[in-house]
Design a protein around this ligand. Structure first.
Ligand code: ADP
Length: 484
């Protein structure tokens, strides 16, 4: 059987009532103990005063027997003798006197060593009939003989008072706890109401309704904070979903275009009988589209792996000039065709620690753009330098058409092209810079652009040099996102 209440408010109330009951019990026990100790010390004080009074009533008769004054009933002190238990012993323990109230019952047994000597001894004892008594004793000297006088009060009235108090508490406690429980339940309900409202709202949020938000009363309490954190998470989710949707639709669109080209070229080729030369041309342009498709799919794969965090960086120490030389070398033929010139200059000692393949890819993408977009006969320059604070900077400058200021921050977005009409001539899908930015940022670096229309562009890669602590690097999932 499950005893734990399912509702948080019931559990809170239960906790609250239990803690309150515990505290009340503790308070009650403390009060009783204090009260008992106080009353008992009062009894001790009375007993001490009374012992001093009864001492004066004893005398030895001619036969040497201890007697109490005959007419003590007429004395004002008589009350102390009649209402209390009084016993007088010799130091050896022989009973010399017992008052009427005590009768034949012993009071405290044989004397213990030092009892009543040099002051009053107090203790609790029981009579033979079970009566609890508080006993005070004191040694007294009479006619040269030593007497041990014991005087006791019954403790029973104390216990009766304590029992009365317990009974009253037992009657009152359930009423107090019930009232506290009802009030606590109401408070818990009120405090938890906003959470229930939030849960109802959250239930309505689905993948199709990620723009919905939880009501946020703009308060600084825990619930306001919870709503804000939840809403921020939702906003991030919505952004990620949007990005994914856009990426999928952009990717499908990019894939469709070369496929449609292959298809139409193929259909045209099938419709007419052509010469061997014509078929060659047709197959050639189909292969060109296939190449385009292959590089597009490669880029898409890199991006989706980067997004899912499945790309591992295999870091080695890389001489930056050698890497730049290698990347630029891939475009030798293309540059020759366009009569372009390459300047590669800088610090041969500059080194960085990173994944050679991804960093080379970043450089290749940027240099490829410089070659693609620069006109015939222009110069493309690559500079490598070391900076203070352990950074390495690679600059790729071209004297191409430049990028308008309003497009400069968008060129790193996925599928973004400045000149949408002429993209098939340059052949890019708008992924090159997004991948370059991701690769640089995954190494704890930054990729920035300076450009002026008509004057050219400078892409600047800034990376930590080899040997610099890379623990601050962001996770590999860092990627460029397409802004809206
Ligand atoms: P693409 O593969 O289309 O070149 P990128 O992501 O590499 O895609 O570049 C995005 C867009 O930025 C390009 O379509 C182009 O319009 C612009 N761009 C990039 N580099 C340069 C450059 N060096 N000069 C002029 N425009 C550039």
């Amino acid at each position: 059987m499950r005893l734990r209440p399912t509702h948080l408010r019931a559990r809170l109330t239960l906790w609250y009532v239990s803690v309150l009951a515990g505290l009340l019990a503790l308070g009650w026990a403390g009060t009783c103990t204090l009260l008992f100790l106080q009353l008992r010390s009062q009894l001790d004080r009375f007993a001490i005063e009374e012992i001093e009074t009864v001492e004066g009533l004893f005398y030895f008769d001619a036969a040497g027997t201890l007697q109490m004054r005959e007419n003590y009933h007429n004395h004002p002190e008589s009350k102390e003798v009649i209402d209390r238990y009084v016993e007088v012993l010799s130091p050896a323990g022989a009973v010399l006197f017992r008052n009427e109230k005590l009768g034949n019952r012993p009071l405290g047994g044989a004397p213990f060593a030092g009892e009543g000597i040099g002051g009053y001894s107090q203790r609790t004892a029981r009579l033979s009939d079970g009566t609890r008594v508080r006993l005070v004793s004191r040694v007294h000297s009479l006619d040269g003989r030593t007497l041990l006088i014991r005087l006791a009060h019954s403790e029973e009235p104390l216990y009766v008072r304590l029992n009365d108090l317990l009974l009253a508490s037992l009657l009152v406690l359930p009423i107090v706890l019930l009232a506290a429980g009802i009030a606590g339940y109401g408070l818990a309900r009120r405090a938890l109401n906003p959470i229930e409202r939030m849960a109802r709202h959250a239930e309505e949020i689905t993948a199709e309704r990620l723009d919905a938000r939880l009501p946020d009363d703009d308060t600084d309490d825990e619930l306001g904070q919870l709503a804000r954190v939840f809403n921020e998470t939702l906003a991030r989710l919505e952004q990620a979903f949007d990005q994914l949707r856009r990426f999928t639709s952009d990717a499908s669109h990019e894939l469709r275009t070369p496929l449609a080209m292959i298809r139409s070229v193929g259909e045209v080729g099938l419709q007419k009988d052509g010469s061997r030369e014509e078929y060659r041309d047709i197959i050639g342009s189909m292969l060109e589209e296939v190449n385009r498709l292959t590089s597009l799919i490669d880029n898409l794969l890199t991006i989706s792996r980067a997004d899912s965090g499945h790309l591992q960086l295999h870091k080695t120490v890389i001489p930056v000039m050698a890497l730049a030389r290698e990347a630029a070398g891939l475009f030798e033929i293309l540059m020759e065709e366009k009569s372009q010139r390459l300047i590669l200059d800088g610090d041969e000692k500059a080194q960085l620690e990173g994944d050679r393949i991804f960093l080379r890819q970043a450089l290749v993408n940027i240099i490829h753009n410089a070659v693609k977009y620069s006109p015939v006969g222009e110069t493309i320059a690559l500079y490598v330098r070391r900076e203070d604070a352990g950074r390495v900077v690679v600059e790729i400058r071209d004297r191409g058409p430049g990028i308008p200021a309003e497009d400069q921050h968008k060129v790193f977005d996925r599928f973004y092209r400045v000149d949408k009409a002429r993209w098939r001539e340059s052949g890019g899908a708008g992924l090159g810079l997004a991948i370059a930015k991701w690769a640089v940022e995954a190494h704890g670096g930054s990729l920035t652009l300076e450009s002026k229309v008509g004057e050219g562009s400078t892409f600047r890669i800034n990376l930590p040099a080899a040997g610099v602590d890379a623990s601050f690097l962001p996770p590999v999932t860092a990627h460029a996102s397409r802004s809206t």
